[in-house]
Structures are given as structure tokens and as C-alpha cells.
Write a protein that binds this ligand. Structure first.
Ligand code: PXG
Ligand code: PLP
Length: 435
């Protein structure tokens, strides 16, 4: 079926190892993939944290097919098409109150770049052009473009790429297994990690800082859930110093934590949110920045015939993506999926925490329909234990995701209890075999 695997340089993949024993997906429906051997594989990660309504949902498939026939492309600069307005309106309706403006991109990475530029330009437009500094967090993942890796906190994603953006600093991460191991939901200890922002304000002065960007729940670096009171304290410090707070909700957006956005789950409203993935159920690439009306309104000054924000992508608000997005939001609404994680959270938590006494498990943590199972690393061979578990589960018919020595579960929001059990029992077998 694949004659030569040579030309395809795969992203974030051990290319040589993969091509020696490839894992090929050929079909998907609902909770399942099928591979090139015809095996059915249960999807425990919603593709790559994105297929929140499950695969090949008929309404979404139809919408994309119909849109492709009706209008393939429409230029987004000085032109528009109706579904772009409709989708922005629908997204704003489920966003926290006051976050009424939506800027479309094509990925999470592009959403991050867009939000960072918007933050710096916003301060300049309101006459505080000295606020250019951007603050990220250790262990943050904000995509792979230069702004995102600069504010990001993953050394492997940064060290090969030179000097990155100037004027960036980082607050410390919140992972504290010594105090918080095996917490359910928000861990009790660590609100004070937010005070690190005060330290950076003291060092750089607030007048130089434009924005702070954090993931409400860090996904890529192993499901790090915000300690109780942490996000509230970050919000307070930002308010005190006139710093914008950006939540990167690329993974947490669209129901993952039990509300449409993690901002609502945790009761903290940021100034901007970056989203992607679940916006179109992963079916067509699309991302967005959702911002407060007040931020947008600052740009709407000066002569009306001039462009207000010199930024945008050829494929911003692509018709196929908008059609997919609208059908996705319809599917979420019809099936109550944006709050389903809250209903099934208890069942999911019971199941994943039943792994706590299995070999080499050093932490289990969860919120909504996302969980991290942290394993003790094999001495001298970090990542190997978790990758072995990943391969074993794949052979057993469950696809999950690992990062470092952490197993991440983030199944489609349509998952049923029997499928939760299948995932957890498969992981259990793999953990025992790996011991
Ligand atoms: N921000 C966050 C918080 C993300 O999780 C991005 C930005 C970038 O989105 P794009 O669409 O440009 O990939 C992400 C993406 C993993 C994994 O291994 C996670 C992501 C992407 C790839 C792998 O957990 N998240
Ligand atoms: N590079 C060149 C030469 C271009 O002409 C464009 C867009 O017109 C881009 C890059 C940016 O592409 P996109 O708008 O798809 O991000």
C-alpha cells in the first residue's frame, strides 16, 4: 500500500524507528480506529486531543462534503463569507462572558503567535508601547512556531533553535508530586507558585510586561492540573499590574474539562484564549483567538478605511473549516458533549486511580476527561518505560499517548463506561508486563 516511506519526513516522530515497524491508521469511526492490518483500535486520546465528538460524525462529514461543492475557498482579507461570521458568533456564545471577539487561524501554534502579537499591539495601541515582554511557564507547550517555543518551557523544543524571541521570561511550573501525588481534580497544594509572577514583575517592572500565557491544564508535558487557587492568584497579580492573561486552551477547549472552556471549569476569566483542535473536531485544521471585547475595541480607532491589525493567514476562516466548525458545535450541543466530561468524571477518576498500586506508578491525576499516569523512569533510560507501555497497548488494541514517562489519556467525550474500563485494564496489563 505504501511503496516507499522514504520521502515523508514525519513530525515529532522517531522516523527511523517508525519506518522499521510502522503503525498505520486507515479508517476511523466513533471511538475507534482501524489499522492497515484491519485491527480495530480504541482511541484513548481523541486522535491527538482533538476529536472530541468521536470520529466521522455524519453531520460533520456531510457539512464538509457540501461546503466543498458549494464554495471551496474565499479570500479572508477585505472579503468574507457568511459562515465565518456565524461560526465566530457561535464560539463567542459559549465563551466566558465578555469574550466576544474571535480571530481565526489554522492551528494552535498560529493561535499562539496571533495572541502574543495581539497582546503587544494592544498595549501599543493604548499608548503603553513599553509593554513588550512576554511571560510563559516552565513545562508549557504553546506549539512550535518561534513565539510559542520562546514562551514555551520544553527544553527539547527550544535548544536546537537559536536565540528565540528576545524579552521572554518564565514562571515556574506547578508540578509538585511530593505534596500532590494521587490528587483527584485540582491538587490542594501550590497556589503560591503563582507568586513567581510577582518576582518577575519585581525584576523587569510591570511597565515592560505585555502578557502571561499558561495552559490551564498543561497537556503535552504530562497533564499538570492547576492547584486550587493558583489560577485565581495569577489573575489577581495580572490585574494588579495591568498584564494580560492568556489561557492556551488548545487542549482544554471544547469540553475536555467538563465545561466548554477550562476558564469556566476553574472559574477564572482570562483576557484571551487560544483554541484549535476541538473547534472543528479535528476534521479540518482550524484555530482561533477568542478575546475580550475591550481588547478588540482598542484596535478600532483611527481612520475607518485603514486596516486595524496587520495580521492574518491565507486560510483564516477557510470555508471548509467553518462548515466543519458549525457542524461540530451543532453535534456538541445536540449531544451535550461540552459538559459530558463533568458527568462521567467520577467514573473515569475511579477507573484511572485504580492503577495507583500497579508497578512503577508514581502518580495518577485527572480532571474532566483527561488523566496522567506517571511512571518511575528506568534508570538511565527516561521515556523508555512509558513508550513500552504505549507499544504494548497498541498491540492490545488501545491507542494512547505518552510524554516522557507519563501516559496521557484524553478520550473522545462520547466515551462509555465499558470503554473506560477497556482502556484502564489494557494499561494495567501493560504495566504489569513492563515490570
Ligand atoms: N498549545 C497547546 C496548549 C497545545 O496543546 C498547541 C498549542 C499547538 O497546536 P498545533 O495545532 O499547532 O499542534 C498545542 C498542541 C502531545 C501533543 O504530544 C500535543 C499537542 C500537539 C501535538 C502533540 O501531547 N498540542
Ligand atoms: N510565504 C509566501 C511567499 C506567501 O506569499 C505567503 C502568503 O501569501 C505566506 C508565506 C504565508 O502563507 P499563509 O498565509 O498560508 O500563512
Amino acid at each position: 500500500m505504501y511503496k516507499d516511506m522514504d520521502a515523508y519526513w514525519m513530525p515529532f516522530t522517531a522516523n527511523r524507528q517508525f519506518k522499521k515497524s510502522p503503525r498505520l491508521l486507515t479508517r476511523a469511526s466513533g471511538m475507534y480506529y482501524w489499522d492497515d492490518r484491519g485491527r480495530q483500535v480504541l482511541d484513548a486520546v481523541a486522535g491527538l486531543w482533538c476529536v472530541n465528538a468521536g470520529h466521522a460524525r455524519p453531520r460533520i462529514v456531510r457539512a464538509i462534503q457540501e461546503q466543498a461543492g458549494e464554495m471551496d475557498f474565499a479570500p479572508p482579507f477585505q472579503m468574507a463569507h457568511p459562515k465565518a461570521f456565524e461560526l465566530a458568533h457561535r464560539v463567542a456564545q459559549i465563551a466566558p462572558t465578555g469574550m466576544g471577539k474571535v480571530f481565526f487561524t489554522n492551528s494552535g501554534s498560529e493561535s499562539v503567535e496571533t495572541a502574543l502579537k495581539m497582546a503587544i499591539a494592544y498595549h501599543r495601541a493604548r499608548g503603553e508601547g513599553t509593554r513588550t515582554r512576554l511571560i510563559g511557564r516552565e513545562r508549557g507547550y504553546h506549539g512550535v512556531n518561534f513565539g510559542g517555543i520562546s514562551v514555551g518551557g520544553i527544553v527539547a523544543n527550544r535548544k536546537m533553535f537559536g536565540t528565540l524571541l528576545a524579552g521572554v521570561d518564565h514562571i515556574r511550573h506547578t508540578h509538585d508530586p511530593a505534596r500532590n501525588a494521587f490528587s483527584r481534580g485540582q491538587p490542594p497544594h501550590g497556589a503560591e507558585f503563582a507568586d513567581d509572577l510577582e518576582r518577575l514583575v519585581a525584576l523587569h517592572d510591570a511597565s515592560t510586561i505585555a502578557a502571561v500565557i499558561v495552559e490551564p491544564v498543561a497537556g503535552s508535558t504530562g497533564v499538570l492540573i492547576p492547584p486550587q487557587g493558583y489560577l485565581q492568584r495569577l489573575r489577581e497579580i495580572c490585574d494588579r499590574h495591568g498584564i494580560l492573561l492568556i489561557f492556551d486552551e488548545v487542549i482544554t477547549g471544547f469540553g475536555r474539562t467538563g465545561s466548554p472552556f477550562a476558564a469556566q471549569t476553574f472559574g477564572v476569566t482570562p483576557d484571551m484564549m487560544t483554541v484549535a483542535k476541538g473547534l472543528t473536531n479535528g476534521c479540518v485544521p482550524m484555530g482561533a483567538v477568542i478575546c475580550k471585547d475591550a481588547i478588540h475595541d482598542v484596535f478600532m480607532q483611527g481612520p475607518e478605511h485603514l486596516i486595524e491589525f496587520f495580521h492574518g493567514y491565507t486560510y483564516s476562516s477557510h470555508p471548509l473549516a467553518c462548515a466543519a466548525g458549525l457542524a461540530t458545535l451543532d453535534t456538541y450541543a445536540e449531544e451535550g458533549l461540552l459538559t459530558r466530561a463533568a458527568q462521567i468524571e467520577h467514573t473515569f477518576a475511579e477507573a484511572v486511580h485504580s492503577l495507583r498500586d500497579e508497578p512503577n506508578v508514581v502518580d495518577v491525576r485527572n480532571v474532566g476527561l483527561v488523566a496522567g499516569i506517571e511512571l518511575a523512569s528506568i534508570p538511565g533510560a527516561p521515556t523508555r518505560r512509558a513508550f513500552g507501555v504505549f507499544l504494548d497497548c497498541w498491540e492490545q488494541g488501545v491507542m494512547l499517548r505518552t510524554t516522557g514517562d507519563i501516559v496521557a489519556l484524553s478520550p473522545p467525550l462520547i466515551i462509555e463506561p465499558a470503554q473506560i474500563e477497556q482502556i484502564v485494564e489494557t494499561v494495567r496489563v501493560a504495566l504489569r508486563r513492563a515490570a
